[in-house]
Design a protein around this ligand. Structure first.
Ligand SMILES: [Zn+2]
Length: 413
């Protein structure tokens, strides 16, 4: 069996001399083999792009195999002679198979397993398992399915209507591009993709059935890794309130949808720097956006100017904000300190309340639903943003929420 993986070779002599390894994992192939005549002497071969003829290690010189992180696809094989540590990174299932074979060679039970002769082991182009695949027509699909080693997958412009479930098994995937298809739904299991950083779903049909199930985007894994989300050119009318869970998100593209209101929770995306919302139906913006540090913000071609006459305010007095309930007060503390909560630790009604929290003009969390529309000069509030694209007059309506009577008075002054 050959294992396509990434390997860093650490020479322990070097570390004794305080020479640091470069920490670079090199694309490699590992194989177990034996001498044609020798029945019991096994070898571990390490091929890499830099070392095509391979390095031969005697299996009997393996001092220890560190498997603490095997479920993350990492092991270290320590040799007595030469004093090398092979740090291996690989897809978990394949790594476990390989380790089983290695184990049977170490324990001498390799008779049940087929181990090739050394002379027949060499690295061919096929062993360099592909990490990138581009599919531009349906003929590009193979019956074998996608290679498990893929890190980048583009399936672009082929009129795909259904999400291909085999993508869910590509656990090494970091970039997925499904632009220019006709996908309406993504299965909720997608949220478990462990390494996805960039997701392109531009020009699909998401949001076509009115109620969108967003579980695919807001699950436990994807929310920690996703940095770029492109949802341009879909049929989305609303963005979910709990979009803030995508805590690594830097770029969010929502151009050319049917969005008429943004959730105030958007400002809880602390890492967000690039937000594009051109060609939507926005009439106002949540005041929480003042708290964001955007590099780019595109708001062109919306309906901000149409809203001048339509937005009406109820006349709130500061007394409406004076006394908060005990639940609201404690919720504010949870939000202020960014405490972790899930449906497993507190009742779901409280989770919903916390997820739907707004933000005051001062940046503090707000739990009540009292808001006023206020025309505010846009450019004043986004001075740090280097590129603002808009096609409206300088003042637009902001939905302003208030944490205290003081903040209400400040705005009405
Ligand atoms: Zn406030």
């Amino acid at each position: 069996m050959k294992l396509t993986c990434k390997v860093e070779v650490v020479n322990r002599l070097h570390s004794n001399l305080n020479i640091k390894s470069n920490g670079k994992y090199i694309k490699s192939t590992l194989a177990v083999g034996k001498e044609p005549k020798g029945e019991t002497e096994y070898f571990l071969l390490h091929f890499s792009t830099a070392n095509k003829s391979g390095t031969k290690y005697r299996v009997k010189f393996i001092k220890q195999v560190f498997v603490k992180f095997i479920n993350e696809g990492k092991i270290t094989i320590r040799f007595e002679d030469p004093p090398h540590d092979l740090c291996v990174q690989c897809e978990v299932v394949q790594l476990k198979c390989f380790l089983n074979i290695l184990k049977s060679c170490i324990t001498g039970k390799a008779k049940d397993v087929k181990v090739s002769n050394l002379s027949s082991i060499s690295v061919t182009a096929i062993d360099n398992a592909p990490t990138k695949l581009v599919i531009r027509s349906r003929a590009d699909f193979t019956t074998k399915g996608f290679p498990r080693t893929l890190e980048t997958l583009h399936i672009v412009g082929i009129g795909l209507c259904n999400f291909r479930r085999e993508i869910l098994s590509l656990i090494l995937l970091t970039v997925l591009d499904l632009s220019n298809n006709e996908i309406e739904k993504i299965p909720y299991e997608f949220a478990r993709m462990p390494n996805l950083r960039e997701l392109y779903l531009a020009n699909n049909a998401l949001g076509k059935p009115d109620v969108v199930d967003w579980r695919w985007l807001l699950g436990p894994k994807i929310t920690t890794t996703l940095k770029l989300l492109d949802l341009c050119g879909n049929k989305l009318k609303l963005i979910p309130n709990d979009i803030w869970k995508l805590r690594s998100l830097v770029t969010l593209k929502l151009d050319n949808n049917l969005i008429h209101q943004l959730p105030a929770s958007l400002a809880r995306l602390r890492a967000l720097r690039y937000l594009t919302l051109s060609r939507n139906s926005l009439e106002s913006l949540p005041c929480s956006l003042f708290q964001c540090s955007f590099e780019d913000l595109d708001l062109s071609m919306n309906k901000f100017d149409d809203s001048i006459s339509t937005a009406t305010n109820i006349d709130y007095s500061q007394w409406d904000l004076c006394v908060g309930s005990l639940v609201h007060i404690s919720a504010k503390v949870i939000l202020k300190h960014n405490m972790f909560y899930t449906r497993k630790t507190i009742p779901w009604t409280l989770v919903d309340m916390l997820d739907n929290a707004k933000m005051c003009i001062c940046g503090r969390p707000v739990l009540n639903d009292i808001y006023l529309y206020k025309r505010i000069n846009f450019a004043d509030k986004f001075k740090g943003t280097s590129l603002i694209k808009n096609s409206f007059t300088s003042e637009i309506n902001f939905e302003c929420y208030f944490c205290s009577p003081k903040c209400l008075l400040k705005l009405n002054r």
